[in-house]
Ligand binder design. Structure first.
Ligand SMILES: C[S@@+](CC[C@H](N)C(=O)[O-])C[C@H]1O[C@@H](n2cnc3c(N)ncnc32)[C@H](O)[C@@H]1O
Length: 212
């Protein structure tokens, strides 16, 4: 029975990984199995993707991976840097609710005027306006000391990424917390930046976004 074999193989493939399930980013291989042409087509219209009618700027691979990762990690606090339209904060809130985990969600942006009215007052999400160049002003050490672990930090603004990691590292990160830095595949930038209608000078000049 082919399905039984698939089931057995799935178990076999995941169980031996348990002991070294999490690999340091410095020890990961920097490569993608998806060729540029495939990435291009997969990412082309990701700015049009929605969750409950609100823009959710995630690629198809993230849509698959995030729910599995969140199920595994069961974070008690999710911190999103870069809210945009609010679709992803809402998506995180819905995923955690479906998974039955009580999770506080904080979503930060320099400009919360872009957040859709339908999600602005969702009681599960705390939207906070702030500049991630001054992350300590929004996520003060006092606030961080009240947030239950494990934490799940997703960095999706790509401004001061290293400073943000340093700051959280010095102000509360513990074993079991997890960090996602989105859009680290250099191909995604090459593809997105082709869309000059969206990306102006500001983005072309942002060396951090270009991974430089
Ligand atoms: C890629 S979008 C976030 C997408 C969102 N996480 C999602 O998946 O739908 C990046 C966001 O970062 C915000 N941003 C840019 N510079 C920022 C800064 N200095 N501080 C905080 N947010 C910033 C932008 O306003 C924008 O909404």
């Amino acid at each position: 029975m082919v399905y039984k074999t698939a089931l057995e193989l799935a178990k076999y493939k995941s169980e031996p990984l348990r002991t070294d399930r999490f690999v340091k980013i410095s020890e990961r291989e920097d490569r993608s199995d998806l060729p540029e042409a495939a990435c291009k087509n997969l990412l082309k219209n990701h700015w049009l993707q929605t969750w409950k009618g609100i823009l959710l700027a995630k690629g198809m691979t993230e849509i698959t991976l995030y729910p599995m990762l969140l199920h595994e990690l069961q974070p008690k606090t999710i911190i999103e840097i870069g809210t945009f339209n609010g679709g992803s904060a809402l998506w995180f809130a819905d995923i955690m609710e479906m998974l039955g985990t009580e999770t506080r969600i904080y979503s930060m942006d320099i400009d919360l005027s872009m957040v859709d009215e339908k999600v602005k007052h969702d009681p599960r999400i705390q939207f906070v306006q702030g500049d991630c160049n001054h992350i300590e002003s929004t996520f003060t050490p006092e606030l961080l000391s009240t947030l239950p672990h494990p934490w799940f930090l997703t960095e999706d603004a790509h401004i001061n990424s290293v400073g943000i990691l340093e700051y959280f590292h010095q102000n509360g990160f513990q074993k079991g917390d997890y960090v996602v830095i989105e859009d680290t595949n250099p191909l995604s930038w090459k593809i997105e930046m082709l869309d000059e209608e969206i990306w102006g000078e500001e983005y072309y000049e942002n060396q951090e976004m270009l991974g430089q």
